[in-house]
Design a protein around this ligand. Sequence first.
Ligand code: NOJ
Length: 520
Amino acid sequence: MPKWLDNAVFYEIYPQSFYDANGDGIGDFEGIIQKLDYIKDLGANALWINPCFDSPFKDAGYDVRDYKKAAPRYGTNDDLKRLFSEAHRRGIRVLLDLVPGHTSEEHPWFVESKKAHPNECWNRFIWTDHCFKRARGFGFIGGESDRAATYIVNFFKCQPALNYGFLKPSETWQLPMDHPDCIATREAMKDAMRFWLDAGADGFRVDMAMSLVKNDDQEKSGTAALWRNIRGMLDAEYPEAAIVSEWSYPQIAINAGFHMDFLLDFDENTGGYRSLFRDYALDIENRVVGEDNSYFKKDSKGDITRFLDEYLIHYKSIKKRGFISLVTGNHDVVRMSYTLTPQELALVYAFIFTMPGVPFLYYGDEIGMRYLNLPTKEGGYYRTGARTPMQWTGGKNRGFSTAEPEHLYLPVDNGPDAPTVEALEKDGASLLNTVKALLHLRQTHTDLQAQPNLEILYAEKGKRLFVYRRGSLVIAINPSGAQADTPVSVPGTPLYTIGTCALEGGVCKMGAQSFGVWKV
Ligand code: NOJ
């Protein structure tokens, strides 16, 4: 387990939209380099950069055309290497985004695989054996190739699934996992990983990590075995490298060899995540329909036990073998600020940054950037509105780029009340300064960092208050609009508070929407 994860706090960067240093309207590596001091000052010490490799960008870069080439829109491989070294100079680690489940349909492997006659890439993707064959249980495409067969896709049409084999092949065209061609796919992915680790990357966020072996069982034993093999390579050759999975099932993902696994807003397996912040439904126009019962919504009826019931199963099962990663958001979901007020967000962040595991902050969430209803861009659909340019200043394009507004990758939030780093830095009570204070608190108390030292002191069905302990620190959260008394005693003056926490006889009267941390 890489030691640096013990106090890691990640900042996720969607490179298109972070900072445009060369004025062409889209973010770049140089832009990230210029903002490293900002990230360090914020209190984060690690980055996850969304895919920045050569791609036709039909899915914002999750359709990789060349795993070993930086996308020219962001710079060159040398620029990316410079980003690694500039980050390291400041004590910041960098994870790239590995997309092992599929390539772009323009990847040379797929171009070969589509040809009419067998070649060395023939089995790199999953093809049936007939031009009209239905690949039951999978998304598949026909009529696109000279090869007289249909192929399986992993996500969009442009993303053919790489072939790691089937746990239990049920048709002749399905290869077993130990087929040399399936092993060759795994080794090709390791080769891409080694390429970037040798160049200075510190590891990978792994896209759709659970999707590799097909016809897998419920425990995902085929896919898990494959990842354990890859983890073996990392332990032997790059023991400092870290991998975090997009799986949202820590119990399985950590067993599979991942150091961290996200809890996400997936349809199933959210690990309790949804009940905290996203317990609502959106209609086709992104309007909330019905009640929002998220725990952190001031007026909801949600209690913390719905989260704990699921979370603790994962938390207890992974012990010290890995970490759960709670996220403020990411490039795939509507920003939390869409449904939560800045005061509600402050409590969300207070919770995320004082829980065990390795937290991730999505760029712009530190200032409460808004979700915009925008037309789709690069396969983003409703996700596009959570990918708008970072708002640095009150100036042109909010300081994101010097390009003319019509040449920007996406429109910036130009609303008169759009939050910016510049404005929030000056306001001591702003969300940005709250994030800084919380991360500072986490970085100065090892008890608040990744280690699994969580003890639940108070959580009750139907009640809003939550009190927990991390080593020598007691933490209380009251997300509701009504005062709540802590049923457990808390000592003296709090180290940090949001809202009011008034002590009376060892019991704390937690004001509406409040948070406190005490040292015992
Ligand atoms: C998950 C990524 O986060 C998302 O943005 C992408 O569209 C799909 N995987 C497909 O790679």
